[in-house]
Design a protein around this ligand. Structure first.
Ligand SMILES: [Zn+2]
Length: 232
């Protein structure tokens, strides 16, 4: 079979093989054995690389999927030029590696990931955090856990207070009047809510034009990450 996609994880296996966790548009996340990849002169080693969109030829063996050939389609080589870009791109791949199931085909999440990598590659490094945060909240939404950010989850009224709460268990915002005593919520300001809404609803191109306050973006990111862990 021919698979198009990118590496999520590359690890040593046995004497001189590699285990490649690959995220493909055709089969979703799949484990591929790259035989002899750690031997000198291995022709297959170059196909197991991070931040490259590649086309792989894979055959199904009795116990493993084996890589037999392939080629690079597009390299996101600018990512390697910046520590920040590497950090945020690696984070994005680790989310798929840790939270996305094997062999679940998902075109929307594949395209989302491809676009996020493309943006981190091409934009200034200062934008990497916005793109990775937007990727994360959009990933959650596509995965079936879209947070409620427009209304109160209890009374369903639109949110008007300056302070409100994000409930990790219920998955969204709760107004001041409806707040209950539970440990699963965090108070958030209107500014943080605004960032969360933009990250969820705006596309990467328009998000790249915003200048969020660094500390606010950091808080918004922490909320999304906590929400992700709650969904696991
Ligand atoms: Zn309410």
């Amino acid at each position: 079979m021919i698979l198009r996609g990118f590496a999520l994880r590359i690890e040593d296996s046995g004497e001189d093989d590699l285990n490649l966790i690959f995220f493909s548009s055709e089969q979703g996340k799949i484990r591929i054995l790259v035989k002899g990849a750690r031997k000198p002169l291995s022709k297959l080693r170059g196909l197991a690389q991070f931040f490259v969109l590649s086309k792989l030829a894979v055959i199904k063996g009795k116990r493993n999927n084996h890589l037999i050939g392939g080629e690079e389609i597009k390299s996101f080589r600018n990512i390697f030029k910046s520590y920040k870009k590497i950090k945020e791109s690696s984070f994005l791949l680790s989310v798929l590696d840790n939270f996305f199931p094997f062999l679940k085909k998902d075109h929307k999440i594949f395209v989302l990931t491809f676009k996020a990598l493309e943006k981190i590659n091409s934009l200034k490094e200062e934008k990497s955090e916005i793109i990775a945060s937007a990727f994360l909240i959009k990933f959650l939404a596509f995965f079936g856990f879209k947070p409620e950010l427009k209304r109160c989850l209890v009374c369903h009224k639109t949110l008007k207070d300056n302070f409100l709460f994000f409930d990790f268990k219920e998955g969204g915002t709760i107004c001041l009047a409806c707040r209950r005593k539970n440990v699963h919520r965090q108070e958030i300001s209107k500014e943080i809510l605004d960032i969360l809404q933009k990250l969820l609803y705006n596309d990467f191109n328009s998000l790249a034009m915003y200048h969020f306050k660094e500390e606010n973006l950091k808080i918004a990111r922490e909320i999304i990450e906590k929400f992700l862990i709650w969904r696991k």
